[in-house]
Ligand binder design. Structure first.
Ligand SMILES: [Zn+2]
Length: 93
């Protein structure tokens, strides 16, 4: 009886872990250029990690809005990265 219950608990644990892993693997983050202040830009990026979102949005900004990026100070870039972190922190478990 006790052994049966332990096996059952073990199975539930494995299913729980697999589901959790699938959720992490399937988690996506979407950021649009509008989110970082370009009202008239329709660009958006979806990736599986926040770091990739940041890299992609900055790569896009350097390419599509070089004037804006050039005018940005290091502090402004930092605060933009913080803003992106905040945007996604509410989504994290
Ligand atoms: Zn843009």
């Amino acid at each position: 009886m006790n052994i049966g219950l332990n096996v059952y608990k073990g199975q539930v644990w494995i299913i729980f872990m697999v589901k959790k892993l699938a959720k992490i693997m399937g988690e996506t983050y979407t950021l649009s250029c509008k989110d970082i202040g370009s009202e008239d830009c329709g660009f958006s990026v979806t990736t599986h990690s926040i770091d990739e979102v940041k890299k992609a949005i900055f790569a896009h900004a350097r390419y599509a809005h070089p004037d804006k990026v050039q005018d940005m100070t290091e502090e402004q870039k930092e605060s933009m990265l913080e803003m992106i972190d905040k945007k996604f922190s509410s989504k994290k478990i």
